[in-house]
Design a protein around this ligand. Structure first.
Ligand code: FES
Length: 109
């Protein structure tokens, strides 16, 4: 079984309120809730150095707070300019109210 890294509790994450986490060995990450499903992506916008956890979640899209670029939270693909490069996504594993990611994703993508 793959090694898992705990990143936070399900209770820490509310829909519309991206939650920043910094697990050891990973880049800065952000956790989202969409309709009771949990998603984890990199927290750094690929256009600049803004934190997406300080942006605005609209359903399945996270808008960067700096220049208004945006990403699809599920796929990490950019959906609004000036963003043109995807953000990394991580498989979220939810168990007993805790959220984990797979340790094998340590190096990002
Ligand atoms: Fe995110 Fe420019 S830094 S859109």
């Amino acid at each position: 079984m793959a090694e898992k890294v705990r990143i936070c509790s399900v209770d820490d994450v509310a829909e519309g309120f991206p939650y920043a986490v910094n697990p050891a060995g990973f880049p800065a990450l952000v956790v989202f809730q969409i309709a009771n499903e949990i998603f984890v992506t990199g927290n750094l916008c690929t256009h600049g150095h803004a934190l997406l956890s300080e942006g605005f979640q609209e359903g399945e899209v996270i808008e960067c707070p700096l220049h208004g670029g945006a990403f699809d939270i599920r796929s990490g693909e950019p959906v609004a300019l000036p963003c043109s490069e995807r953000i990394p996504t991580y498989e979220a594993i939810t168990e007993n109210g805790e959220i984990f990611i797979n340790a094998s994703q340590r190096s990002g993508f």
